[in-house]
Design a protein around this ligand. Structure first.
Ligand code: SAM
Ligand code: SF4
Length: 319
């Protein structure tokens, strides 16, 4: 088991397959993209699987594949199929652009849980937020996901003055579709020029939903970062992820493995521990991993401190 100094057990690994992305979301990275790590410092799929296996041996039970955009990695299919042979629950976070190419792979590796990021229901606003054209493709892929019976969640990053007026429209999707629509508070990372005025807080999201619906708090799974809400007569559910205004660090069980083989013990920590170099030298990774997890802080700094500290762009961490 991987335990930190506060007694929290870490059994959920989020793996960023790549720093690359086919979108340029304003809240995630700068318009020109980010400086990519040279290829020789990125894990090959064999290295990544070996490192992941060390985590599985240390008690990891759930793996979420993320990125950058994980589905742009050329050998993503090999990684999915190999992970399908491991005794772990698999999940994916994607922008949805390339999903249609992967349905067969998901079926063969047994992946059922897919989170798709979508921040607007307007094609024009989609182009503005993502700086790319792709709305109809993503919507079509979301419909396909539901038809194929995947556990589908939509992630919407709510930004004041950008898309907060669409909260009720997104909620309406969950009235007709058996999906979870999750509203995420906008978080500060390098390159996204976060400022407090753009934060649309969990409380404001609840108030906005309350203008039209009576929302009932429903039960969350252990370690869930989402607070779930149900509405009578809805096929799906709603969720709020309040990383900024109501942190949930006390129940954190997450470890993040980046495409360059570094681990981050917290989304907001700027300490990273590189595993790829010691792996390539044939060193034992277990004590290095244990120490990195042990050192984890009790909770992240408050939101104003986070906004002024440096952190990687979200696209290299994976959420
Ligand atoms: N490209 C994939 C996608 O967009 O789903 C996976 C990587 S993306 C970094 C993972 C998640 O982080 C997405 O749901 C995205 O909306 C969220 N995210 C990125 N930047 C964020 C920010 N500044 N605040 C809150 N969520 C953010
Ligand atoms: Fe790419 Fe996802 Fe970041 Fe958007 S949120 S730029 S899709 S990594």
């Amino acid at each position: 088991m991987l335990k930190d100094q506060h007694g929290r057990i870490h059994n959920y690994l989020r793996v960023s397959l790549t720093e690359r992305c086919n979108l340029r979301c304003t809240y995630c990275m700068p318009a020109d993209g980010i400086e990519l790590t040279p290829k020789e410092h990125i894990c090959t799929y064999e290295e990544m699987l070996d490192i992941i296996d060390t985590f599985i041996a240390l008690g990891v039970k759930k793996i979420r594949i993320t990125g950058g955009e994980p589905l742009v990695r050329k050998d993503a299919d090999i990684i999915f199929n190999e992970l399908g042979k491991r005794p772990v629950e698999l999940a994916l976070t994607t922008n949805g652009m390339l999903l249609d190419r992967y349905f067969d792979v998901f079926e063969s590796c047994g992946l059922k849980n897919v989170n798709v990021s979508l921040d607007t229901l307007s094609p024009e606003k989609y182009n503005f937020i993502t700086r790319r054209d792709g709305f109809s493709r993503v919507m079509e892929n979301i419909r396909e996901l539901i038809t194929h019976g995947f556990n589908t969640k939509l992630n919407m990053v709510v930004m004041k003055g950008v898309n907060d007026e669409e909260i009720l429209g997104f909620a309406e999707l969950a009235s007709k579709m058996p999906i979870v629509v999750r509203f995420i508070e906008f978080m500060p990372f390098d390159g996204n020029r976060w400022n407090n005025e753009q934060l649309f807080s969990a409380m404001e999201i609840r108030e906005k939903l309350g203008e039209k619906y009576q929302i009932f708090r429903s039960e969350d799974a252990k370690h869930d970062t989402t607070k779930h809400y149900s509405i009578e007569g809805f096929a799906g559910q709603l969720g709020i992820i309040s990383s900024m205004s109501e942190e949930f660090c006390g129940s954190c069980n997450r470890i993040r493995l980046l495409a360059n083989g570094s681990i981050k013990n917290c989304l907001f920590s700027n300490d990273e521990t590189n595993l790829l170099e010691p792996y390539r030298k044939g060193e034992d990774l277990e004590p290095i991993i244990r120490q990195a997890i042990y050192n984890k802080k009790a909770k992240h700094a408050g939101m104003f401190q986070l906004a002024s500290q440096s952190n990687r762009s979200m696209t290299t961490i994976g959420g």
